[in-house]
Ligand binder design. Structure first.
Ligand code: PRT
Ligand code: ZN
Length: 298
């Protein structure tokens, strides 16, 4: 393993994961200066630099030791693993699920064709950019089908007559609909993950890895959550807590100089919409404030 004192993280240079990656790193308190050629980002505070690359190159860069960590779709990691010979020792590990870039790798068929279960895939030609994952799934389901490997534009293969079905990433489903296809089986659920080598470096970089993981956890814990602040009479608290979404454990504080009046604060896992706020108000709350939560440290 290369000896380095600065941590190097590989992230997607331009694509669906780039913006959320930079947003996450920013929330983790890391700021960068981009190199002229746009390939490197030099960390300005912590000893952490970024290498900006195509997502498909990220697992290989970590295996070679050129980068210490990477952010990539679980689908990319899983395709690499599915292509490894069985019983090979894993070379990478998933350190954290980052929750963004959610999608699924699904098999889709032309809308007009009947589908009554996996047996309907028997003997078909299925186009995909994920041949190893698809082959593994077909074998697990005892389906004998032909895997047609394409590097892109998979969704048009059935119309071109080069395949009978496809296996591709789906997010909203709009691409499938636009190509008169319907999703019939989910092969893999995916989201962006932080990956590293199966053995993490034990030199100076270790501290930066631990700091980053702790900060990512602090960001993830409060992702999408809101802090609700309100005032109420003490006897209304029980009804208000029942009106809160999820089951938060609110903090109730006595208000100075106002006997019987309290201030309530609760961390709610979901966004609080107007209807929920109105219900909380009907339960006796006044002066409601909903605040975004950026980070947390236990
Ligand atoms: O240039 P580079 O190789 O780095 O980028 P790329 O083109 O390979 O990847 P990119 O940026 O398209 O996707 C990066 C990662 O984002 C993927 O590996 C997934 O983990 C994740 N992701 C999340 C998606 C989608 N959602 C997604 N919808 N990747 C691709 N799509 C495509 C899909 O292939 C299909 O063409 O979007 C279309 C379907 O979207 P819907 O919304 O119409 O269903
Ligand atoms: Zn790619």
């Amino acid at each position: 393993m290369n000896q380095r004192d600065r941590l190097r993280i590989a992230v997607q240079r331009s694509g669906r994961l780039s913006e959320p990656c930079f947003e996450l790193l920013d929330r983790c308190g890391l700021s960068f200066r981009r190199s002229r050629d746009g390939l490197f980002c030099f960390g300005e505070g912590e000893p952490v630099d970024l290498l900006l690359v195509r997502d498909d190159d990220i697992p290989g860069l970590i295996r070679q030791g050129a980068c210490d960590l990477g952010i990539v779709g679980r689908n990319v990691v899983a395709e690499g693993e599915a292509g490894e010979p069985a019983r090979a020792a894993p070379t990478l590990q998933i350190l954290r699920d980052l929750g963004f870039g959610r999608c699924r790798l699904s098999i889709a068929m032309p809308q007009a064709s009947a589908y009554g279960g996996v047996a309907a895939l028997q003997g078909l030609r299925i186009a995909t950019s994920y041949p190893s994952l698809l082959r593994t799934w077909l074998d697990e389901h005892a389906v004998n089908a032909e895997v047609v490997t394409l590097s892109g534009s998979v969704e048009i293969a059935p119309r071109l007559g080069t395949a009978d079905a496809i296996c591709d990433l789906v997010q909203s489903g709009a691409t499938l609909v636009a190509n008169q296809l319907r999703e019939v089986e989910v092969v893999l659920e995916s989201s962006a993950v932080l990956i590293g080598p199966s053995v993490l470096p034990s030199d100076d970089r270790r501290g930066a890895i631990e700091l980053l993981l702790k900060r990512i956890d602090g960001v993830s814990r409060v992702r999408g959550s809101r802090l609700l602040l309100l005032q109420a009479a003490r006897e209304a608290v029980e009804g208000i807590v029942r009106a809160l979404p999820g089951s938060p454990h609110p903090m109730v504080l006595q208000m100075d100089g106002q006997p019987g009046q309290v201030m309530l604060q609760a961390l709610c896992a979901d966004e609080l919409g107007w209807r929920q706020l109105e219900a909380i108000q009907r339960a006796g709350a006044r002066e409601l404030f909903v605040l975004p939560v950026e980070r947390a440290l236990a």
